[in-house]
Design a protein around this ligand. Sequence first.
Ligand SMILES: [Zn+2]
Length: 306
Amino acid sequence: MAETLPPQIHVFVRDWLSANNILLKSRDGHVLIDSGYKTHAPLTLALLASGRGLGGEPLATLVNTHLHSDHIGGNAAVRDVYGCTIVFPDSEAPIIRRWDTKALLLDYADQEADRFDIDQTLHVGTSQVWGDLEWQMLASPGHDMGALVFYNPEHRILVSGDALWENGYGFVMPASLDPDALPAARDTLDMIASLDVRFVIPGHGEVFTDIGAALDRAYRRTAAFEADETRVARHALKALLTFTLLHRRRMALADLPSYVDRVGIFRDFNAAVLRMTPTALAAMLVDELQRAGVVRRDGADLVPAG
Ligand SMILES: [Zn+2]
C-alpha cells in the first residue's frame, strides 16, 4: 500500500523559481509554509484559493523555512489577500526587519521580493502545532545559515526546505566567502540522518520517502565540494544563473560577460575563487549548463531548456 501523508497536509509542488507551498489545515487555523517567488505570486494565490487549497477559508499563518526569494517572494501578496500572521526563523528576523538586500540575495544576486513585516519568530528547540500536528523547530545551517527544518516525529515527516532535496541541496557559499557554510551543511546532513524520517517534503521537487538514498547523494556532493572549492563556486553560480533565466525567460548571450561582472554575487565568487575573465566565466557557465541540459541557445539568446 502506498504510503500517504496525513490528509490535512497539502503539498503544492512548484518548480525551481518558486519553492513548494505546503498547506497544513486545521480548524484552529490554516498554516502555509513558504510562498514562492514574487513573479509567481498570482499562481500561488490561485493555488491557495482553489478547492485543493483554502477553498475560500481564511489563512491564519504564513511560515518560512528561510529567507531566500523563492521562499518569501509571495509573502507580501499572500498577506495582502489573507491578512495572515507571518512567522519567521528568529535568527533571520533581523535581516528581514532591516531588509538587508545583500544578505537576502536580492539585488546582490539579481533577485526580487517585496518587503514584508514579521509578527512572530520561531526558536530552535521549540515546537509549534500546525495542522493539528506537532512540529519541532530544528536548525539546518549550510545553504542558508539561519534556516530551519520542521520535523513531526509522530508521522516521521520532515519539511526540509533547501537543506535536503531528493537529489542534492541548495547551493552553499564557498569557504573563501563563508568558511562556516560547508561544514554546517555537513553537520545538517548528520542531524537529518539522526532523525527517523518516513516522508521528506522538500523545498523543491516531489515528496520522497527514500531518505537514505537522498542522504547518500547529498554526502557525495558534500565530499566533492570539500575537495574542491571551485566546484562549490561553479555549482552556486550555475544555480543562480539558471534561477535568473527562469525569472527573465531569456538573456542575450552577448550580455552575459557584463552581467557576471556587474551582479555582486557573481563578481565576488569569481574574484575570491574562480579568478576568470568575465567572458571566460560566462562561457564556462553556459557550456556546463548546456551540457547538463538545463539551458539551450535560441539564436543570440540563452533560454531555459524545459
Ligand atoms: Zn534557499
